[in-house]
Design a protein around this ligand. Structure first.
Ligand SMILES: [Mg+2]
Length: 312
């Protein structure tokens, strides 16, 4: 069974109450916290040794990644992160120096984003090391961006570059909190999510939520240098285009805006974030599904992104 199907089965009939504004299926849950004009955002994420990081990975970067993944999801809603709880699965025997380095990396990122690490829990005898982070954030109601809301004719954008993140970016990526705050302050985004499983897996989730389709322009996809180097050196057989679509762990923002905003947005972005690429990669269509246009040929996309259940 695919991960999406399993999640759908497990979350069917999940209890709700009057505080819950948006349940499973978006980047974060949205809660009414009785603060005028604000929604509360709630997210949990985990990194597991052997799945999300190799046993010899720099522990400081592993701790950093565990929190950064949550911050990326809060950014994807247009929000500001505020607090986190950390659950640590302890292998036995625990390596104290390694665990301290892990927390140092996590705390450094938390300080950078003014996130309070407000508590946590340890689980002994977990077999392998894992870190689970639950994070809170908040967002002005009018700036909260969901996956649903993309409309036919919208321009589709992605920040940064895609593919090849296994070469290092999957541990060192910067969650796009500042960029998302900037975007929602200036433009009416119709839909947004962060890319964790690869464009070919994640974009269909946004399209399904919005009840629309998309046409991608292959030449416009921002192929990462890492994906090109890995292909040329023989480290992977995936062409950079395929890597950009399917590698996953890009942690970039994918969003849709009215086509009239596309050019003003690109111009303002270059001023605000000269170091970070922003690419218009396609447009939203009324028909369902996703097509990719490569020069003159148009083909239906049949690529699958990184799926944690089918990989293993
Ligand atoms: Mg996400």
């Amino acid at each position: 069974m695919k991960e999406d199907e399993l999640i759908q089965r497990l979350t069917a009939g999940a209890p709700a109450n009057k505080r819950l504004r948006l349940g499973p299926g978006d980047d974060c849950a949205v809660l009414d916290c009785d603060a005028p004009g604000l929604w509360e955002l709630f997210k949990t994420d985990a990194v597991v040794e052997g799945v999300h990081f190799e046993p010899d990975a720099d522990p400081g970067l592993v701790g950093r990644k565990a929190l950064a993944r949550c911050l990326s999801d809060i950014a994807a809603m247009g929000g500001t992160p505020s607090a986190a709880l950390v659950t640590l699965g302890l292998p036995s025997p625990p390596d104290t120096a390694r665990l301290e380095a892990l927390y140092r990396g996590l705390y450094a990122l938390a300080r950078e984003y003014e996130v309070a690490v407000a508590g946590g829990e340890t689980v002994a005898g977990a077999g392998r090391l894992f870190l689970s982070v639950a994070a809170l954030g908040f967002v002005e109601k009018e700036r909260c961006v969901l996956r649903r809301g993309a409309r036919p004719g919208d321009a589709l954008f992605v920040t940064g570059e895609l593919g090849g993140s296994i070469a290092g970016k999957h541990l060192t990526f910067e969650p796009r909190v500042r960029e998302a705050r900037w975007l929602t302050n200036r433009f009416a985004l119709h839909a947004m999510m962060d890319l964790s499983d690869g464009l070919a897996s994640d974009l269909p989730r946004l399209l399904r939520a919005s009840g629309v389709g998309a046409e991608l322009f292959a030449e416009a996809l921002p192929l990462s240098r890492a994906a090109k180097v890995r292909f040329r050196s023989g480290a992977t057989r995936k062409r950079p285009l395929e890597a950009a679509l399917t590698d996953g762990e890009d942690y970039e923002l994918l969003f849709a805006v009215a086509s009239k905003d596309a050019v003003p947005l690109l111009d303002a972005w270059k001023e605000a974030f000269p170091e970070t690429r922003l690419s218009c990669i396609g447009k939203i269509t009324s028909g369902g599904g996703m097509t990719i246009r490569e020069r003159k040929s148009v083909r239906r996309m049949e690529l699958n992104g990184y799926d944690h259940l089918t990989q293993s």
